[in-house]
Unconditional design. Sequence first.
Length: 177
Amino acid sequence: MAADRSTDELERFLAERADHLLRTAALLAGSKDAGEDLLQTAVERLLPRWRRFEGDPEAYLRRTLYNLATDGYRRAGRWRQREPVLRCELQQTYDTTGEIDLRDALVRLLLQLPVRQRAVLVLRYWEQLTDAETAVVLGWPEGTVKSTAYRGLMRMRELAGSWHDNTAACGTGRQSL
């Protein structure tokens, strides 16, 4: 029988881990606002189970985040909303620090990937999980994780190859990648 958890324990957990979970959710969802919605939905799924919940709440929330993103949570219309962000009109505002520019470029490339590939790459390279740990979080076979990561990295390389063409066409002359 599970221990009866208090709401104070949930509040402490969320105060400690919400920022980290929000960053992950924002990467999966494509924007901070959509990430906040995604995390809110995941927390709403945890709330009814909280008092009798057994196990690691962070693991539960992370798996819920990835499942919601993979299942197409709020995907209808989101690509049309994100498209202008990826166009050259908005690519002209860059920080002068090369590291920040590179991170920005990589996140923009990541947002162009399908949700399953994005989820695997976020877990493998942002969360720094192994293939086996990623497979456990997503509930997939390890081979599926490896092949999805490979396809995602190949697609990012293809997109990065065209990055120079897009920035040159927009007149930015930026060549971080």
